[in-house]
Design a protein around this ligand. Structure first.
Ligand code: ZN
Length: 409
C-alpha cells in the first residue's frame, strides 16, 4: 500500500507501508487523575519505507510542541545511560585532545547527563534542550549552560554568527525525533569546526527488524535509520560519515561519526555495514516478514498473560515508558490483564498510562505487594532493572520479557 506523504529525507513520494499500529495516544502523554474522564487525542501510527532513499519513517507528524514542552524523560534516571555517556565523553576528550579552548555542543542535551563529563574535564560545553523543565535541571543542578529551544538551521546559524562552533557535536537519540531532518543536519554542518566531528547515536533499523522491536515505534520517533539512509542524508548537507559503531544500548543503536565532506578517509566499518545493508534495506519481503513476526508476538504474549491471569496470578508492569505505551495499546493489554504499573521516575509516579489508564507507582510496591509476575516493558534496561529488583525475584517474583520473544526470567 502506498501513502500520500513524502519522505522526510529525500522528499520522494513512493512510500510503502511496513506496518500499521493503528490509532494510538502519544506514548509519553501520561495522564493525571482529572484527565482520565476527558477524551484522549489519538493519532495514526503507520510505518512506511521510502522506495528511493530507503528511509523507514512514520507518516504522521504530531506538532513537536505538544510532545516536548513537558517531557518526562530524565536521562539521569538510568544508570546505564549515565555510564554510557561518561565513556564516550572521556574517550573523545582523550582521542581528540579537547581542552579549555575547545567547544562541545550537544543537541537534545537533556539534564546534562553527557555534557557533565566534559565539564568535569574543563572542556567548555553548551547544551540545547527544548524541554524547559529538563533544561532547568541541567542549568541549576549541574551548571551546564543550556539553551531551551528547538535545534535547527536557524538556531545553528545564530550560534555560528556568535562564533559558537564546535569541535564535537553530539546528537544522541534526537535525529529520529525531528520533523525537519534536513534542517537539523544542515544545522550540524553549520556548527562544525573544520576537522571537527558530529557524533550521532540513533536506534538502528537493522536491530529493530531483527529483534522485533516494534514497540520502539511511536509518534515521537519519526524516523528509523539504516546507515544507508543516514549516508544519503548527511551527504546532501556536505557531511561524510567517516566511521560507524554498533551499540547495544536501546535495543541496538548506531553511533556515527561525521566530518566535513571529502576531508578525511572513511573507515572500513562504514563500507562493510553498507554492504550488509544492501541485502535488505530495499527488500520488500524483509520488511513484510517483520510485520508478520509482530503479529506472532502479539498472539503469544496475549495468550501467556491470559493463561496466567486465568490461573489466578497477579501481574504488574515495570516501565511506564513510551515503548511500553506502544506495546500495551497495540496489543490491547489493559486493566483486564494488568493490576498496576511501576516506574523508577518520580515524575511519572501517581500518573496514569496513556490509552490504557493504569496507575503508576514506585517500584517499591513490587516488594510491598509481591505480585506473581511483572511484565518488563523497558526491556532495553532489563539487566539493570532485574539487578535493582533482586529482592522481588528472591521472594518468588518473576519477570516476563516480551521482546524479541516472550520469556520468563
Ligand atoms: Zn526518501
Amino acid at each position: 500500500m502506498q501513502h500520500n506523504a513524502s519522505c522526510r529525507s529525500c522528499g520522494g513520494s513512493r512510500l510503502n507501508e511496513v506496518i500499521s499500529l493503528g490509532k494510538t495516544p502519544l506514548a509519553n502523554a501520561l495522564l493525571n487523575e482529572s484527565q482520565l474522564s476527558q477524551p484522549e487525542p489519538r493519532w495514526m501510527l503507520d510505518l512506511v519505507r521510502c522506495l528511493d532513499c530507503s528511509l523507514v519513517q512514520i507518516t504522521e507528524t504530531v506538532p513537536p510542541e505538544s510532545m516536548f514542552s513537558d517531557y518526562a524523560y530524565f536521562s539521569s534516571f538510568s544508570d546505564t545511560m549515565v555510564s554510557h555517556a561518561r565513556t564516550i565523553a572521556e574517550r573523545l576528550v582523550d582521542q581528540r585532545g579537547l581542552e579549555a579552548s575547545s567547544q562541545v555542543i550537544e543537541i537534545a542535551s537533556n539534564d546534562g547527563y553527557l555534557l557533565q563529563w566534559y565539564a568535569k574535564r574543563n572542556v567548555p560545553v553548551l547544551g540545547i534542550e527544548p524541554a524547559r523543565n529538563i533544561a532547568k535541571v541541567a542549568i541549576e543542578q549541574r551548571a551546564i549552560p543550556t539553551i531551551s529551544d528547538f535545534f535547527g538551521i536557524k538556531l545553528a546559524l545564530a550560534l555560528a554568527e556568535q562564533g559558537l562552533v564546535a569541535d564535537v557535536i553530539h546528537a544522541n537519540n534526537v535525529l529520529a525525533h525531528v520533523p525537519d531532518l534536513n534542517g537539523v543536519v544542515e544545522g550540524l554542518k553549520a556548527l562544525l569546526k573544520p576537522g571537527g566531528r558530529v557524533v550521532v547515536e540513533a536506534p538502528y533499523l537493522g536491530d529493530l527488524i531483527d529483534h522485533v522491536e516494534f514497540d520502539t515505534i511511536y509518534h515521537e520517533h519519526l524516523c528509523y535509520f539504516s546507515l544507508t539512509a543516514l549516508v544519503a542524508l548527511f551527504a546532501r548537507h556536505g557531511l561524510d560519515i567517516v566511521d560507524v559503531e554498533r551499540l547495544a544500548i536501546h535495543g541496538g543503536s548506531l553511533r556515527i561519526f561525521a566530518a566535513h565532506a571529502s576531508t578525511e578517509s572513511i573507515s572500513s566499518a562504514v563500507g562493510s555495514l553498507l554492504k550488509n545493508e544492501s541485502t535488505w534495506v530495499h527488500c520488500e519481503e524483509h520488511h513484510q516478514r517483520f510485520a508478520s513476526r509482530v503479529e506472532d508476538l502479539r498472539q503469544s504474549l496475549i495468550e501467556r498473560l491470559q493463561d496466567l491471569k486465568a490461573a489466578g496470578n497477579r501481574i504488574a508492569v515495570y516501565g511506564a515508558s513510551a515503548k511500553g505505551s506502544t506495546l500495551m495499546n497495540y496489543f490491547g493489554i489493559d486493566a483486564k490483564l494488568i493490576d498496576y504499573v511501576v516506574d523508577r521516575s518520580t515524575v511519572k509516579q501517581g500518573r496514569y498510562t496513556p490509552g490504557t489508564h493504569l496507575k503508576i507507582y514506585d517500584p517499591q510496591r513490587l516488594l510491598d505487594d509481591q505480585p506473581d509476575y511483572c511484565l518488563l516493558l523497558t526491556w532495553n534496561f532489563a539487566e539493570e532493572i532485574m539487578l535493582q529488583q533482586a529482592s522481588y525475584r528472591a521472594n518468588g517474583g518473576k519477570f516476563i520479557i516480551p521482546v524479541p520473544e516472550v520469556r520468563v526470567a
